[in-house]
Every structure is written in structure tokens, then in C-alpha cells.
Design a protein around this ligand. Sequence first.
Ligand code: FAD
Length: 278
Amino acid sequence: MESCDVLVVGAGPAGLTAAIYLSRFRRRVVVLSAGPPRASWIPESHNTPGFPHGVGGVEFLRRLTDQAVGFGVEIREVDVEALRTTEPGFEAVCGDGPIRASAVLLATGVRDHLPDLPGLEAAILRSVVRLCPICDAYEATGQRIAILGDGPLAKREADFLRTYSDDVTVIATCDSDLSFNEASVQWTPRGGLELRTFDHLYIALGCEPQTDLAIACGSRCDDQGNLIVDAHQMTSVDGLYAAGDVVRGLNQIAVATGEAAIAATAIHNRLRQSAPER
Ligand SMILES: Cc1cc2nc3c(=O)[nH]c(=O)nc-3n(C[C@H](O)[C@H](O)[C@H](O)COP(=O)(O)OP(=O)(O)OC[C@H]3O[C@@H](n4cnc5c(N)ncnc54)[C@H](O)[C@@H]3O)c2cc1C
């Protein structure tokens, strides 16, 4: 059966950063990833450190991929269907056949809850529809902002966005939200919105961390559905690590790459202690 030192699931910023570190620790790393990373939707990021003039998500991923491949990382476009613990390590099941690894890093990200709106993806890529005020509210300063969402999440985003604009309207997706009555934020039921033009629409419908593989191995999640990890990014299953959006609510590239660096270093030290030095 095929085997490697470390299997990384997910080729977004977290998975690729971990792979760069691990290959530079001279580990045999295989990255398995299926589907576009969330990062590929970023039209242009202005808060990613080191890019003062901004960087597009596709370009950022291309740079990380080039760097990883340059250090010998193998990246395969394949869905990991199942993951189980073995003695020792883990076995992943995917279309290419099973792969064994001494340690696994899950960098599987989240799936956004999106409304059924025609042209949505194109609007996200044009930055008209947005998903993350922490990422790009600065670029909406002084503009007319709408938020589509329910309950506490929409309220939190509205409060956050008020730092940037006096013109913030929440379009509630169900009537119960009308009980919210913010002094400075306009709330309106979806069907009752008079014809108005906004510069940006933020979607505040939440997201779902991609934790199935971890849970199947016995990892625990918090009440938000995020994986619980220790200070070295290890889940509650020995040898199973996680980094990036799948771990924390603060879905940011800088967080994903930082967590990946911590996880990769911990994995390398763990493997070094359990096997003779090369
Ligand atoms: C429109 C938009 C704009 C954003 N702007 C910014 C910004 O300006 N600044 C910023 O810091 N952040 C921004 N973000 C957030 C940023 O994209 C995420 O924080 C970042 O992508 C997280 O990286 P990740 O590696 O954890 O996950 P991802 O980038 O989502 O990568 C996870 C990968 O794992 C794959 N995967 C999942 N399950 C499996 C499986 N079972 N088998 C194989 N592969 C699997 C997924 O398909 C995906 O390719 C933005 C996000 C969006 C959507």
C-alpha cells in the first residue's frame, strides 16, 4: 500500500503552507485536495501581509503551489472519501486507492451557506457580493451596504460594518428578525424592501466547517462545529492535526498559514521523536 510521512487534506492556504514547511523538514508529504479552495474566490485581498497593493486569491494560491511543488510536494486533485486510524498512523481512502501516513493534517476549510441567487459566483468575483467584512469592509468605507441574513450573525455583521458606513441595511430572510431594531441600522423583510441600490451585499448566512473526516476518526468539535485543537493544532485524536478555517471562526489567510506553520512543526517534531534521525 502507498505510504508517506504526512498526508495533508486540502490545498488551500493552510494545506499548502503546511506542505511547504513539512517538505523543508524533509518529510515525504502528499497533498490531496478536491474542489476549489475558498481562497480561489477572493477577488483581491488587501489584508494579506506582504502584498501592499493587494493579491487575488488565484494568484496567491498559485504562488503557494509553486513554492510547495518546488520543494518536492506532491499535490493530487482527489477527494478523500474516508479517513481511519490504524496501528500506527492513519489510512485515507480516495479514488487513487488507500494511502497510509504516520500523521495527517486536515486543512479542509468551510462550506459557505449561500442564497440561491442567479449570478452569485460572478458577483462575488467582482466584489459586489461579499462574504467577510473582516477581509474587505475597509474597501466599502462610506458606501451603501446591505446585509442578507438572520438573527445574531446579521446583527453582529451590521454592528461591525457601522465602523465603515452610516448606510447599512439588513435584509432579513425571515419575519422573526424584525424584532431587532437597531437605532442606526435599517432592518427590513426580504420581500418588503422598496427598490434601492446598494454598492455591496454582504451574505451573513454562516458556514459549515468540513469536519466529517475528523469526526469519523473520533475528533471533538465545539458548539459552533469547529474542530477543537490543542496549542500545537492537534485534534483530540493523537496524530491528527487541523489548521485553517476548519478550526476557528476567524476565517483568515494569516490565521490559516500561522496555524499551518504551528501544526507542521509539531508534526515534524513528533515524527522525529518516534523515529531515528535521518
Ligand atoms: C469571497 C472571499 C473573500 C475573502 N477574502 C479574504 C481576504 O481578503 N483576506 C483573508 O485573509 N481571507 C479572505 N477570505 C477567507 C480565506 O479565503 C480563507 O480564510 C482561507 O481560504 C482558508 O484557507 P484554508 O486552507 O483553511 O481553506 P480553503 O481555502 O477553503 O481550502 C480547503 C480545501 O480543502 C478541500 N477539501 C475539503 N474536504 C476535502 C476532502 N474530503 N478531500 C479533498 N479535499 C477536500 C476543499 O475543497 C478546499 O479546496 C475570503 C474568503 C472568501 C470566500
